[in-house]
Design a protein around this ligand. Structure first.
Ligand code: COA
Ligand code: MG
Length: 279
């Protein structure tokens, strides 16, 4: 088992010129360009583009594959994978939400090992009160989880705990590749450290699925800033140390990148007609 990679890019600072965007987009496969252009908002386009660039950077640096020799495909549930038989043990997953795109990955000895990551902004803008929002989400959390969320006195702390549990659940379903197609209430987390802090990584959280304790799983929880929590779900991995996220700016993201598709100015002009989400 090699080291675990934890990378993050704050895409709120990603404001490329046309020339820069043309270069960045040329580092993405054409079918992924087609998926990206369907995003309605520019923020979503950028956050997802950065995810694809992080994936290619990771596989290039850790999978010993030439930048332009890497070919990604997706499994039947949409999870990106590297399409290269020799490198089937390269495991990675991406999440983008709030202000960040994150990637977690490693190169495994065993193909059963897996990884899933999820990031959530600790924020609610759905237009309902927090108690009403929680009521609507009742069926997605177990009794143990709700008591953990509701034991906090302040609403902000409850929301923080809610987002933390949500991240944990998503990191698990993204590890196994099913996404949110399963009954989330049956995936129940037991939290042993109440507070997430930016200064440390919590590893003590345990998981039960259908009431059965899941052994050989590790959940790493990070607060990468005061407003964003991240969970990494690792299955069947041994001897790998925890560590913080490494942050990249856009130049670092594209360092060593190579063009994999034609420069496409027309595509980028279309991208620039998209609007940012109103906050
Ligand atoms: N398992 C793991 N990772 C997946 C995935 C899956 N089944 N499908 C996509 N991903 C990865 C991709 O890199 C994706 O980035 P992209 O949208 O830029 O391509 C990234 O996860 C998105 O993660 P995140 O930012 O955390 O998004 P989300 O919180 O909206 O949830 C899923 C993502 C996968 C959990 C959600 O879309 C889902 O439940 N899908 C259900 C699976 C499904 O029915 N897919 C149908 C497609 S055929
Ligand atoms: Mg998510």
């Amino acid at each position: 088992m090699s080291e675990i990679v934890r990378w993050a890019v704050n895409f709120k600072n990603f404001r490329p010129s046309k020339e820069e965007l043309v270069k960045a987009v040329s580092c993405v496969q054409s079918e992924e360009k087609d998926r990206l252009i369907k995003f309605h908002f520019l923020d979503d386009f950028y956050s997802s583009l950065i995810g694809r660039l992080l994936q290619r950077k990771f596989v290039n640096e850790f999978g010993s594959l030439g930048y332009s020799d890497i070919h990604f495909s997706r499994d039947e549930k949409g999870k990106p994978i590297v399409n290269n038989k020799l490198n089937s043990h390269i495991k990675f997953n991406v999440s983008h939400q709030g202000d960040y795109t994150v990637l977690a990955g490693f190169v495994a000895d065993k193909c059963q090992s897996g990884i899933g990551v999820d990031i959530m902004k600790i924020d609610y803008k759905g237009g309902k009160s927090i108690p009403e929002f929680f009521r609507l989400m009742t069926k997605h959390f177990s009794i143990v989880e709700w008591s953990n969320i509701r034991k906090h006195l302040k609403e902000r702390e409850q929301l923080k705990s809610f987002m933390r549990h949500w991240c944990l659940k998503e990191s698990y379903v993204k590890n196994i590749g099913v996404g949110i197609t399963v009954d989330l209430q049956k995936i129940s987390f037991e939290i042993h450290e109440d507070q997430l802090m930016t200064s440390n990584i919590v590893e003590s959280t345990k998981l039960k699925v259908n009431g059965v304790s899941m052994v050989n799983w590790r959940f790493e929880e990070h607060l990468i800033d005061e407003d964003h929590c991240v969970a990494i779900a690792l299955s069947d991995v041994q001897n790998c140390a925890t560590g913080p996220f490494r942050f990249f700016n856009s130049e670092e993201l594209l360092e060593n990148s190579r063009q994999v598709t034609e420069f496409d100015e027309q595509y980028c002009e279309q991208v620039f007609t998209k609007a940012f989400k109103k906050l």
